[in-house]
Design a binder for this molecule. Sequence first.
Ligand code: BJ8
Length: 423
Amino acid sequence: MADYREMWSELGLDLALHDKLCAALPPLFEEAFLHQKDRPSGMDYFNMVIAEVHGLRIKELVDHKRNGGFVVGSFCVYVPEEIVLALGGLMVGLCAGSQFWVPEGEKVLPRNLCPLIKAAIGAKLSKTCPYFQSVDLVVAENTCDGKKKAWEEMGRLVPTHVMDLPNRKSKEGMDLWRSQVRELIKRLEDLSGRKLTYEGLMEGIRKVEAKREALRGLYETRKADPVPISGIDSLVVSQIAFYDDPERFTSMTNQLVQECRDRVSSGFGVFPKGTKRILLTGSPIVVPNWKVHHILETSGASVVVEENCTGTRYFKGSVDTSPKDLEGLIDALADRYMNGINCACFSPNQGRLDDVVELAREYKVHGVVDVTLSFCSTYQVEEGALKRRLKEEGIPLLCLETDYAPGDEGQLRTRVEAFLESL
Ligand code: BJ8
């Protein structure tokens, strides 16, 4: 990696602590990825992005700001990237998946809170995340209780705009959401000094839709048996979608998709034909949290699809681009988010159960693994409904709860092995 210390210092990073964080990532990546056989050569690009995670992309963000642009950080797939792009900004996902940041977060948040939230606050407090240090505005959202209260702390550390998500997907809920999308536009217009135009929004929609389409293409190839790419490789591609340059990401993912399609045509796969196929669902799995995929795929299974926000929820549904005026297009954009994403923060959330069943059939899985982060109560409560529905459908289910701390791998592996044995 090139020397980025001067840039990191200008961003206000705690360099000594940041060195420790940077030292922890390569062995983690090596252990989770580099032992795999027959990885597609298209993964070389994504390996490089991980190796350069605090370098190349950060430099691009800094250059973008120097050229008059702005950077927005987000924590949820409900925040519409299309609007940020349309107003000349860049958006990066700030969800944090490393145990490194959890103790720092626990200094201001209760310990019995999900690790994703504690790590996010810890990343900012410890001044070791160059993405956080680069953002002009955090666009947060009222989804689960932990997040909505944590934003009050976040607002003390960095300018924060909170989108109010409805609890129900009702007519009133939809009206609230559309108004919240308009409030975000206003906030970003003030930040950028630009006015949202129909053409600008169309261009933002085109870029994000191309990214989603590339990911859909990748997932489509995972329906094959043998599967052309491992679940953990596909996961890291989805994780990178949250912060890479959208157009470069789309182009590199499309190259990978072509390679995977060629593999499918010739019957070549990364696991033997007949390997147990798993659908993974639950809380989001963000960089560098590769724990459960690694355990599953080194225990003889293949993760072929993820029904979560670092999986199908990220790319499900397209924006209807038929409206001919800006207001109509904004409504269509808002509708795509409300209709396409089924988060456990909504009550009821029947759509997620239907999605899991539909995907389980489409990807011909042998079983479903529901992975919730500790203290993620929305997904944990929904486990009951998921159990009942999958029992009715005759689909085996394993429920796992974990966090970012090492130490539970042995116990998780024992449960995974017993589950695979039973399939
Ligand atoms: S749309 S899943 S990205 S809110 S893991 S912080 S839910 S306690 S992240 Fe999410 Fe948007 Fe929903 Fe998706 Fe709370 Fe659970 Fe923690 Fe979570």
